[in-house]
Design a protein around this ligand. Structure first.
Ligand code: FS2
Ligand code: SF4
Length: 545
């Protein structure tokens, strides 16, 4: 295996025997083989669009398949086996339709004629033999740019899939994914690859806008909401991941059943949505970020539902309480299937059979619900505070969390940012400081939780609106981005920020292993992106002068 797509890759180079994330050699090969097969399907779908052969079921299937290869989503070989066979079947059926409509499939890519082995072991061997990543291009800089784009597409496909579940789709997004996946099988020049990577970021803004419309259209705009971090006596279900539709269905199905619903990880911001917070049994938040789940989940006395990433190997002590749904999967863990109205009765039965919480514990509260509508609702106050110098600077400190000790930088950053500065945060990286009491400036909390990584669109809208109010560009605002990355949603968000021309982003805890020195130079020259410094104090000094 050779996988270096995430921040925790072995020795900062690549996982070559087993993933630090728990990915086996077999699953790594299956992911590569699925990506290869999906490229074949995308070549055909791309050609099909030119003769108006468009199949929405294939559009969604492609996003699901690409999203399945994102870090910490699916570890179940059987699911990859099904996806690979279905991809090839769809490719061949679509090819017949496209050619019947006069379409021309002008490609000699191996992905177009790939025939899958007929056993799982055979597929794993095919996947290993591909040596997929290291054969993307013979030139290491072009390979690096192809990887950046491929991983950006994984993030983009994830956002498009999240949005489609909520009824929000745009053919422009699907068309781009198909075209980009197809064109990555060809030989490309450096300039064209840089443009494709930036275009991936640009199209991702559209996908995130769709997702934002899906979340707010179905569940309302988040409002400031106090979320308990303790618990109360009752049966309980813990919900983690990002999918609002899953938690909405579960809240409805648990109504009046004597079960409290708790969030974990990226689900925390869902407490702020009016159509979710209306349920009395939507009680509180349990635990912190994804990488702590093996320590925290054994202490949860109820059922646990994973709606999306990040899943880690469930320990025996709680494995039997765990359910997955959607694209997330782990071998031998119960899966709630279905794409429409899902039946969570197995999760509910498990929660009723487990002891639940029997005591009351008060661990304080945190505030959520500072997405664009709330923040821009007090824009006048914010603008006045900047003009009167009550607010000196804004920091966006957010992104993914992870296990590395270097991530303490982000805690220190939040703690050391001076009292006259505001901190916007989002995604699971906030668990490094989410419960710190950082006070307020003129009644506006200094720490504003914009939401999940999926809500990056909201943060961008806040920045753009502030720039509009001050009649300047985003780069001219007193605003600094200090971002932590881990997986491929972060890669595509970074590409989105670059596509908007946002400069001076500090990125940590380490730079991606798949970025070569030459490609880094291109990014530095164009966007002045930089690694986080040795200490938060050094970087604060550099930012604030
Ligand atoms: Fe955190 Fe993990 Fe949110 Fe990422 S829960 S690192 O895949 O999607 O952000
Ligand atoms: Fe390693 Fe990350 Fe790949 Fe897992 S996803 S195998 S940890 S590089």
């Amino acid at each position: 295996m050779y996988c270096n797509q995430c921040e925790q890759t072995a020795k900062g180079v690549a996982c070559t025997t087993i993933g630090i994330c728990g990915k086996t050699e077999g699953v790594a090969g299956l992911e590569d083989l699925l990506t290869h097969a999906v490229q074949g399907l995308c070549i055909v779908a791309d050609a099909g669009r030119k003769v108006n052969v468009i199949d929405n079921a294939i559009d969604i299937f492609v996003c699901e398949s690409i999203f399945s290869c994102l870090t910490n989503v699916d570890f179940d070989p059987a699911r990859f086996e099904d996806l690979i066979y279905k991809t090839v079947q769809l490719r061949d059926e679509l090819r017949t339709k496209v050619e019947a409509a006069g379409g021309v499939i002008d490609s000699t890519a191996a992905a177009l004629t790939f025939t899958p082995a007929d056993t799982l072991a055979g597929l794993e061997e095919q996947g290993a033999a591909l040596n997929f990543i290291n054969t993307l291009d013979a030139n290491e800089d072009l390979q690096s740019l192809k990887q950046i784009t491929m991983y950006g597409l994984r993030g983009l496909a994830a956002y498009a899939e999240h949005a489609a579940i909520l009824g929000q789709e745009d053919d422009e997004v699907y068309a781009f994914i198909h075209h980009a996946m197809a064109v990555l099988t060809t030989e490309m020049e450096l300039g064209d690859l840089v443009a494709l990577a930036l275009k991936t970021g640009e199209v991702n803004i559209k996908a995130m806008e769709l997702l934002d419309a899906g979340n707010t259209g179905n569940y309302g705009h988040p409002v400031p909401t106090e979320v308990p971090l303790g618990h109360r006596p009752n049966k309980c279900i813990l919900v983690t991941g990002h999918d609002l539709r899953d938690i909405a269905m579960l809240l409805e199905q648990t109504k009046g059943k004597g079960i409290d619903i708790y969030t974990h990880g990226e689900m925390l911001p869902t407490h702020g949505y009016p159509e979710l917070k209306k349920y009395d049994h939507f009680y509180g938040h349990f635990g912190t970020a994804w990488q702590n789940q093996q320590k925290e989940m054994p202490n949860f006395p109820g059922a646990i539902l994973f709606t999306t990433n990040c899943i880690q190997k469930p320990k025996d002590s709680y494995k039997d309480n765990v359910f997955t749904t959607g694209l997330v999967g782990w071998p031998d863990v119960k899966h709630v299937a279905g794409s429409g109205e899902k039946d969570f009765s197995a999760v509910i039965e498990k929660a009723l059979a487990l002891p639940g919480f029997t005591d009351t514990v008060d661990n304080g509260t945190v505030m959520v619900g500072f997405a664009r509508n709330t923040v821009l609702g007090v824009a006048d106050k914010v603008i006045d505070a900047v003009k009167s110098k009550a607010i000196r600077h804004f920091f966006l400190v957010g992104g993914c969390d992870g296990a590395k000790p270097g991530r303490n930088y982000f805690t220190e950053m939040a703690e050391q940012i001076p009292q006259d500065c505001m901190i916007l945060t989002l995604a699971c990286g906030k668990f490094r400081f989410f419960d710190k009491k950082l006070g307020d400036i003129g009644g506006i909390p200094r720490l504003l939780d914009v939401g999940q990584c999926n809500d990056a669109y909201s943060a961008i809208q806040i920045a753009v609106a502030l720039a509009g109010a001050f009649e300047c560009g985003v780069n001219d605002l007193p605003l600094s981005f200090v971002l932590s990355w881990y997986e491929q949603k972060a890669v595509v968000i970074l590409l989105s920020l670059f596509s908007l021309g946002i400069k001076d982003i500090r990125l940590g805890p380490s730079l991606p292993a798949f970025v070569t020195p030459n490609v880094l130079n291109v990014l530095v020259e164009n966007f002045n992106v930089m690694p986080i410094g040795e200490t938060a104090a050094d970087d604060l000094k550099a930012i604030l002068g």
